[in-house]
Design a protein around this ligand. Structure first.
Ligand SMILES: Cc1ncc(COP(=O)(O)O)c(C=O)c1O
Length: 416
């Protein structure tokens, strides 16, 4: 993360990649410009040893290219693409794979912004989702696959994507990525109703990515991350990424170039700064989260703590957690005794934890999903998904865990 993909010799010996704050790049000749465009627009194959040159920062930029090469290492991908936000990454991927009449399958719950995209925006374009509950095995996934197939046949489209958010925001519910890949193959079988096209398996890896879960190794075709969270890590930027194999990422790249949903050079530069400490920050946060979760579990005002390490051996997701995730991460929710009034009294009393949405930064944050990130989800859906008024979500940062526990202790006492 310090040196890969960049040589100081290319930039006057600058140890760090300079910021290429430019919209466009001067060609050495008209012939060179023509050759770069031919490759960028896929008009011909690359010649031996030929590389696509720099054209225009909506198509390519050195800061974004070095960053993308480094992100691809973390995601174990052939290629990565950086976007203006996690939502830009999600929306561009969906638009790359779904057309009017198509159906997609999605796990629930999903982040509030994704929820809006799935329920309100995509249907207006004639694209409809079939949801299933994360957590508790793959029966829901298979039932959703059957339903999606039936609805796609009815609307004359295909099942275009299987979209998973695992662990889910805010419940930490899990979905088996390898089962989704199997479902994709079963839906897209050679020939068949879909003409051999199988739905792409997209996984939002924001809660554990990229350190603690590698969806591409588990059967995903595309892994999507809000870089705003752990990767950015300092709560000072908004960005997203999509990683995958060349054939699966190609349509997303085209869609990004045309929609202009890429990130910008300055954000790319900041993200490279962040990648240098990514592992140190994420490991410190996970160690702190274990202590904070254990403290909460032992507190009499706390009803339940949805921390993945606490999944009982008998829980259907325990085996999946051990197979799929390398850590419980540092973002989790817990229910306090009471309802919204008690949760708000607790949140208002916090001093070290900042009362803010988002996650994965160096500072610890606390929020109320039902009133904030998931307030747009209809109350009956919130109840079904377990997003109750007593639920608080925390993202544990890298402060001293003892300070965090002391803060939680005094705020729980302040409930009265
Ligand atoms: C799981 C998950 N996915 C996607 C997003 C959207 O990311 P961004 O805010 O970078 O658009 C978020 C934001 O909170 C998230 O929690």
């Amino acid at each position: 993360m310090m040196g890969y993909g960049y040589s100081p010799a290319l930039s006057e010996g600058a140890l760090k990649p300079p910021l290429f704050q430019t919209s466009t790049f001067a060609f050495r000749s008209a012939e060179e410009g023509k050759a770069f465009f031919e490759l960028a627009y896929g008009l011909r194959e690359k010649k031996q040893g030929e590389e696509i040159g720099l054209i225009y920062s909506r198509i390519n930029n050195p800061n974004l290219e070095v960053l993308e090469d480094r992100l691809a290492i973390w995601d174990n991908a052939a290629a990565s693409l950086v976007f203006a936000s996690g939502m830009a990454a999600i929306a561009t991927s969906m638009l790359a794979y779904l057309r009017p009449g198509d159906v997609f399958i999605f796990s629930e719950p999903v982040y509030g912004g994704t929820e809006y995209l799935v329920h309100k925006i995509l249907p207006e374009f004639g694209v409809h989702g079939v949801g299933f509950m994360a957590e508790g095995g793959s029966a829901g996934l298979w039932a959703a696959a059957e339903e999606a197939k039936r609805r796609a046949a009815e609307s004359g489209g295909k099942v275009g994507a299987i979209y998973l958010e695992t662990p889910a925001n805010p419940t930490n519910g899990l979905v088996d990525i390898s089962a989704a890949r199997e479902a994709s193959h079963s839906l897209g079988g050679i020939g068949g109703a879909q003409g051999g096209i199988r739905p792409s398996v997209m996984v939002d890896n924001t809660f554990l990515g990229p350190l603690w879960q590698t969806p591409l190794d588990l059967g995903a075709d595309l892994t999507i991350t809000s870089l705003t969270k752990y990767v950015g890590g300092h709560s000072d930027l908004i960005a997203g990424s999509v990683s995958g194999s060349d054939p699966f990422i190609a349509p997303v790249r085209v869609m990004r170039t045309i929609l202009g949903t890429m990130s910008d050079p300055h954000t790319g530069w900041l993200l490279m700064r962040s990648l240098e400490t990514l592992k140190l920050r994420m490991e410190a946060a996970a160690a702190g989260a274990r202590q904070v979760a254990a403290f909460l579990r032992s507190h009499e005002r706390v009803k339940s703590v949805w921390f993945l390490d606490f999944l009982p051996k008998t829980h259907p997701d325990r085996e999946l957690f051990e197979r799929q995730c390398k850590s419980a991460g540092s973002t989790f929710a817990f229910e306090i005794e009471g309802g919204e009034a008690e949760a708000f009294r607790f949140l208002n009393a916090l001093k070290v934890f900042k009362l803010a949405v988002s996650l994965g930064g160096t500072e610890s944050l606390a929020s109320h999903p039902a009133a904030m990130t998931h307030s747009d989800v209809p109350p009956e859906s919130r109840a079904r998904l377990g997003i109750t008024d007593a639920l608080v979500r925390v993202s544990v940062g890298v402060e001293a865990p003892a300070d965090l526990c002391a803060d939680l202790d005094q705020a729980l006492a302040a409930i009265g």
